[in-house]
Unconditional design. Structure first.
Length: 384
């Protein structure tokens, strides 16, 4: 009996001791004094933050949930003007595009050399619009291509391009020709007929149009397709004569490049001046080593292309947001909304030092073109 009483007393004492050290379940955590937090006590600051986070939402005295106050004007969402844009009125541009493409198609069908080249470039842009649409829907769009309004623009452009091809029977015939060429090229490849002309047949409508433009005398198309003239004239390197043979071939290609540049400088067509790096590259990369005006500082030749696009701007090329260069920058790089190509080049394309170098070169290069000084622009022929 005494043992039972002793055990009961021990239990009562333990319960009282535990009650002193354990807070009641319904008691809220005591707030940290503001003076302690303001004094910079780290522990007080952490506790105050924890207490704030755990505090239940305030309710009205009537038991109803308090109304959520409207956000202050300064905390409103960013206006639509801050979103990426194309930099031009896309509604008006797309409304005029079908008529513009149809007029270009009629000129190209009649054999206009420049129209054939421009039409090929528009077909390339249509391919880029389709790609941008596919990436926006199924991939990871780059830069501004993730914006819904810009993605919608490219989707509408791709639809207009498809309608454009369907409106002209001769373009549909070219599409069938390209499909047949692809089948023949595949058969030649499987049969290992490397010399079969079918293996080198045009694979796109744009390629067919550029070949026709070259035959019609367009300097850009002639340069890009290279019409085999330079290769046939300069030939290869004879066996056993590597050094002298290579030097002779380089000099021959350099002479052809010099002749072509002289004709371009005489015409001063801005769209052809823009294409100078592509034309020289088609003739051979050794043509791009002679001077600072035709050299590049990187593998992608971004500074070289930017230099000559800006030259074209000086001679009247459309370098605004609807021009070829900025339309391509938006479609391929997601760099949209720039008012001028130089803004894009300085902001997204080139390092500041390279941009300053191009700004320094431009006045001199324009003067050399006006003077027709091909040698100063192209530089001497390469040496083995």
């Amino acid at each position: 009996m005494k043992l039972r009483v002793v055990l009961w007393l021990i239990a009562v004492v333990l319960a009282a001791a535990i009650g002193r050290w354990t807070a009641p379940a319904g008691e809220a955590r005591k707030p940290v004094p503001a003076s302690a937090a303001a004094a910079g006590d780290p522990a007080a600051s952490v506790l105050a933050s924890t207490a704030d986070n755990r505090a239940p939402p305030a309710t009205a005295a009537t038991g109803e949930t308090a109304a959520v106050p409207a956000p202050a004007p300064g905390l409103a969402e960013a206006p639509a003007a801050d979103a990426p844009t194309m930099g031009f009125d896309t509604v008006a541009f797309l409304a005029e595009l079908p008529q513009r493409l149809d007029a270009l198609t009629d000129r190209a069908r009649d054999g206009d050399a420049q129209a054939l080249t421009e039409m090929a470039e528009w077909l390339d842009y249509c391919d880029s619009a389709r790609y941008a649409t596919n990436v926006a829907g199924h991939g990871r769009p780059r830069g501004d291509l993730a914006d819904a309004a810009i993605a919608s623009y490219f989707q509408q452009t791709a639809q207009l391009c498809e309608q454009w091809l369907g409106r002209h029977a001769w373009l549909s015939q070219l599409r069938e020709e390209v499909a047949a060429n692809a089948v023949k090229a595949r058969q030649a490849l499987l049969a290992r007929r490397t010399g079969d002309p079918a293996a080198r047949a045009p694979r796109t409508i744009g390629e067919i149009l550029r070949l026709r433009a070259a035959d019609a005398g367009d300097p850009i198309a002639q340069g890009l397709t290279n019409d085999q003239d330079v290769a046939l004239e300069c030939g290869g390197v004879p066996m056993g004569q590597l050094q002298p043979g290579q030097q002779a071939q380089w000099q021959c290609v350099h002479a052809a490049a010099r002749e072509r540049l002289a004709a371009i400088f005489a015409q001063r067509d801005p769209r052809v001046l823009e294409a100078v790096p592509r034309i020289l590259m088609a003739m051979g990369p050794r043509t791009l080593t002679g001077s600072e005006y035709v050299r590049s500082s990187n593998f992608l030749a971004s500074d070289l292309h930017a230099r000559w696009i800006l030259v074209g701007c000086q001679f009247g090329l459309d370098c605004g947001p609807t021009g070829r260069a900025l339309r391509w920058a938006c479609a391929s790089e997601g760099a949209c909304g720039y008012a001028h190509y130089r803004d894009y080049a300085a902001d997204r394309l080139l390092p500041p030092a390279t941009m300053r170098q191009i700004d320094r070169q431009l006045p001199r290069l324009v003067s050399l073109i006006l003077a027709g000084d091909v040698d100063a622009v192209l530089g001497p022929p390469p040496k083995y």
